[in-house]
Design a protein around this ligand. Sequence first.
Ligand SMILES: *Cc1c(COP(=O)(O)O)cnc(C)c1O
Length: 427
Amino acid sequence: MADSEQLNIQALESNVRVYSRSFPATFSRARGSIMLTEDGRQMIDFLSGAGALNYGHNNHGLRAAITSYLESDAPVHALDMATPAKLDFMKAFNSIILEGRGLRYRFQFTGPTGANANEAALKLSRKVTRRHNIISFARGYHGMSLGAIAASGNRSYRAASGVSLSGVTFMPYDGYLGADVDTAEYVRVMLMDESGGIDPPAAILVETVQGEGGINVARREWLQSIQSLAKDVGAVFIVDDVQMGCGRTGDFFSFEFAALSPDIIVLSKSLSGYGLPLSMLLIKDELDVWLPGEHTGTFRGNNLALVSATAAINLYWRSRAFSEEIQRKGKHIQRRLEAIARGYGNRFSVRGRGMALGFDCQVPELAAMTTKKAFEKGVMVERCGPLDQVVKFLPALTIDLETVDKGLDLFNEALSEAQQQTRFSAI
Ligand SMILES: *Cc1c(COP(=O)(O)O)cnc(C)c1O
């Protein structure tokens, strides 16, 4: 980025900005998995808008639907009034995504962020059960509004809230206490104990893979145990599929591999398919106890976003082919990352599911230096985990293998250089 642009940003934009620091360039165009900077550099995007761009930037299959909708003068904003765009979306989602999987849910369109959708899910669970406590998991992330951040683990995010965050009890996620400890059993013992000190929960809120928390992967049996525990204690079972849904782990929903049947499913990030803001809850019929207008918002179910969401469903989810493609590419990326890790002995580890993969550098400074160097070489990757020590790979699900391999080669070069530089200082 030119120095003058750097200065303009510093003068005009709040100090809270973050990605313009990690990726210091001005991005003027983007297509698929490539972002173009104003000074003509081609960057490989392994970040995908933190999971909001599963179908890549400016996917032309989806763009066509948006442009023709705009040209028709159909309503873009209509609060939550009925429009053909909304009905088409609900019909397509219901028949292709839900009925195809034997699922039955009602749709609740919430404000456009994942945080707002989680707020609505927690509020509804508390209303249904007339309880206040929520069980969430260490290292979970559910958004920045007060209710959602109360259910999120990150200490600095919590501290920034400035109020005491309450109403949530944290429990250990799968693998949190090492491979030998069955944390689902631990959670069960705690919740079933009449003198365990934990108020009966309104909901158990879980991610099947913790995205922000470090790409921590829960096993099928663990998720099933947590689901049946929720039933046994009369709690609503909520899967926050904001980041891992919409195909990220291979299937449309991240919990399909474990054959779960959540009471509430939370979707956002890649739901619109185009990076347009759109969030919703899928609610089981019997939980839909809302009174009209009890959770509202100006931007619910934006029609333009619904149009691209419908196009994404029609284009990618009518058959199993896309899922198989994601699984195949995910395995390829995982194998390549494991080979890179092996090149450095046993110091690094690789984990993930589908096309959500984490490369654990163990040392935060090394991860920071690696992603910085990767950017200089033309690859954009971000970090996650409690100390930001994990490099997080979330490429567009539509990426081609040639671009994947090119990006991973550059990542490996960056890692190797960062390794040499940090060896004497930090490790
Ligand atoms: C990103 C994210 C959220 C929050 O979504 P926002 O749109 O940023 O509010 C919630 N849950 C998970 C799992 C996420 O990854």
